[in-house]
Design a protein around this ligand. Structure first.
Ligand code: WT7
Length: 613
């Protein structure tokens, strides 16, 4: 198997041949890939039941930092841009290593040991990446919480994960506003009695006398991360250290066709899995320079991304459809005033990349030269599972192919594989892969992704979005049940049902059907609902519409039929197969009549679009 040539992800014939070869012998492929790792002890087996790289011993931190600090100490590991144009720092691999040792030492002084969970609540600063790597250096497990989440959400996650300490900084500056983080952390930890490590106060000289790497073995965990599922409480995803790292690094190498001098800029946040796999671990593993940005893409002007790309000569730019859609509205001159010709490859992740966003990205950002890697994956999968090829002609089909070793199937409601094109079903995964989370659930030897998808005429995969009770607002994954539990905390609210509806900018937004006590002040109740979703989940979790109804459609066991509510919202005809399981079919007519009376809740901070028409 000859895979040294990176254009394995560029040529359809080569891809097909490699894909089929690897399907027959996945182990040989991974055997080749693990040569990229500096091992303390090489694994004796590639896959043993659910265990990858059994008996392998290595350090994630050593592989991402120390070895590059040895061979290339002055190379920038992280370039950071802040809220204002002039704010920039550069952290070399040696600087990064020093800072990691400081943080690891501080953690050890707080008695943090192998297997302990460390909370991280940080803006996109180099110290956020250093904190994650410091945990990995001592084999502690990091649990990053997005700094945009409320202190209640933080507290819930710290408690659930049994975190022993929380790392933060004093404040965050974004979009011209200053947010007091330490205060949020103090509130979140009030009842938990866990110490706070404020990195702004950690300025001691590097004392590396006690620095010691704790190596990781096949089953050791690297991090926990909470995401949304179909229940009201966030779901904990656990990733391994070494197998996860190998999967993230290998997908990154092929799909972004990386070269040693690439300057890589990903606009995600370490609060999400993308920030773990493709801002921190994969780029640093390969010794690249990772560019991070803690500001807002539209502040002070909506050219921040283009400005950073020009200044740093970024070659690979990985972003999200929601960011593209919000920038599309601005005057094109904001792009034209920057030389962004260093770009080679573009990427998108998080939600379906609609046609208009794809075209805009392809024409205005990539100037028709750069392929768009519209990568599909999930928190559970650890790394990219499906992506289009790099070849420009292939890329224009805008459909993806499974990564090497990933065996997918699209099935109808009865579990029957759908082979004919343009016929939607549920995307499932039949193989195991090193990046799969430890708590993944295979049913009948298949992992159900929750996403709808279909094959196009060429047999390439198109993803249509979630089919389950999960909605995707601006790339943020939120469970309808989470929304509902927050809404139901409101006085006078009896119960609620939330559905996802299309939204021009955010991809999807939430529409809430609410049953409240009689004779309430509706506007006031809506305000309380908004306060509750904001307080319990965060500002991103805001329903755009609230409709008060007398009852919700339910089946005999009391389960709310959200699919029916979606049909009513879309004004689709309702037939008896939709209603025969309902205990209260009469309610449909009532909701249909009222649907136009939904109360609109505008976003508080709107981006200033197209100021100069
Ligand atoms: C869900 C996973 C993986 C990092 C970011 C999101 C949706 C993700 C795409 C894409 C269409 C996509 C899916 C998936 N999604 N990428 N390229 N096209 N949909 O991770 O929060 O775990 O969400 O995001 O619905 O299931 P996540």
């Amino acid at each position: 198997m000859q895979l040294n040539s990176h254009n394995a992800w560029g040529n359809i014939d080569l891809y097909k041949q490699l894909y089929n070869d690897i399907k027959k012998n996945q182990e040989a492929f991974w055997m080749e890939q693990i040569k990229d790792i500096t091992w303390i002890q090489k694994p004796t087996k590639i896959l043993d039941n659910n265990t990858w790289f059994k008996d392998g011993i290595a350090s994630v931190c050593y592989n991402c930092v120390d070895r590059h600090a040895q061979s290339n100490q002055d190379k920038p590991a992280i370039i950071w841009h802040g809220d204002e144009y002039c704010e920039r720092t550069q952290t070399s691999y040696q600087d990064l290593k020093n800072r990691i040792i400081q943080i690891a030492t501080a953690l050890k002084q707080h008695d943090i040991k192998k297997g302990d969970v460390v909370g991280i609540y940080m803006p996109m600063l180099p110290d956020a990446i250093a904190s994650m790597l410091a945990c990995s250096r001592i084999c502690a497990i990091h649990m990053v919480v997005f700094a945009g989440f409320s202190h209640e959400a933080l507290s819930q996650r710290l408690k659930h994960s049994n975190a022993k300490i929380i790392i933060t900084v004093t404040q965050q500056k974004r979009g011209g506003r200053t947010i007091n983080l330490i205060e949020q952390v103090q509130k979140a930890t009030k009842s938990l009695q866990i110490p706070i490590l404020n990195l702004d106060e950690l300025k001691t000289k590097v004392d590396d006398t006690n620095d010691q790497i704790t190596y990781q073995t096949d089953q050791d965990e690297l991090f926990h991360i909470y995401t949304s599922g179909s229940t009201g409480t966030p779901k904990k995803i656990t990733h391994t250290a070494i197998p996860y790292l190998i999967y993230a690094a290998t997908t990154f190498k092929y799909i972004f066709d990386i070269k040693p001098n690439d300057i890589y800029f990903c606009t995600s946040d370490i609060g999400w899995i993308t920030g773990h796999s493709y801002i921190t671990y994969a780029p640093l593993f390969h010794g690249l320079t990772t560019v991070i940005f803690s500001g807002s893409p539209t502040y002070p002007e909506a050219d921040r991304y283009w400005d950073i790309i020009e200044k740093e000569k970024v070659t690979i730019f990985y972003t999200a459809p929601t960011a593209i859609r919000s920038l599309q509205m601005f005057d094109e001159k904001l792009i034209k005033q920057h030389d962004i010709s260093s770009l080679r490859i573009l990427g998108s992740v998080g939600e379906p990349l609609n046609e208009s966003a794809w075209n805009w990205m392809f024409n205005k950002i990539g100037k028709q030269r750069c392929p768009i890697m519209n990568t599909w994956w999930q928190t559970e999968t650890g790394g990219i599972m499906i992506s289009p090829l790099l070849n420009l002609e292939q890329n224009k089909t805008r459909a993806g192919l499974p990564f090497f070793g990933i065996d997918i199937t699209i099935e109808d409601q009865n579990g029957k594989p759908i082979e004919e094109p343009n016929n939607q079903g549920m995307l499932k995964i039949k193989s195991k892969w090193p990046g799969m989370c430890k708590n993944i659930q295979f049913k009948n030897k298949e992992y159900s992704t929750g996403d709808g998808s279909y094959y196009d005429e060429h047999g390439h995969i198109k993803i249509t979005g979630r089919l389950d009770d999960v909605i995707n607002i601006s790339g943020h994954r939120l469970g309808t049940a989470e929304f509902e539990s927050a809404i139901n905390l409101t006085d006078n609210v009896i119960e609620s049902a939330v559905i996802g509806i299309p939204h021009e900018l955010k991809g999807q937004t939430a529409f809430a059907f609410v049953v409240a006590k009689q004779h309430i002040e509706e506007q006031q109740t809506v305000q309380q609902i908004l306060n509750n979703t904001r307080k319990n989940i965060g500002p991103i979790a805001k329903p755009d519409y609230v409709l008060f109804v007398n009852e919700l459609p339910k089946n005999r066991s009391g389960k709310i039929n959200r699919k029916l509510l979606t049909k009513i919202y879309k004004n689709e005809p309702i037939n008896s197969s939709d209603t025969h399981t309902l205990i209260n079919p009469d309610i449909i007519n009532h909701i249909q009549k009222k649907i136009k009376e939904a109360i609109f809740c505008p976003d508080i901070c709107r981006i200033k679009a197209n100021k100069n028409p």
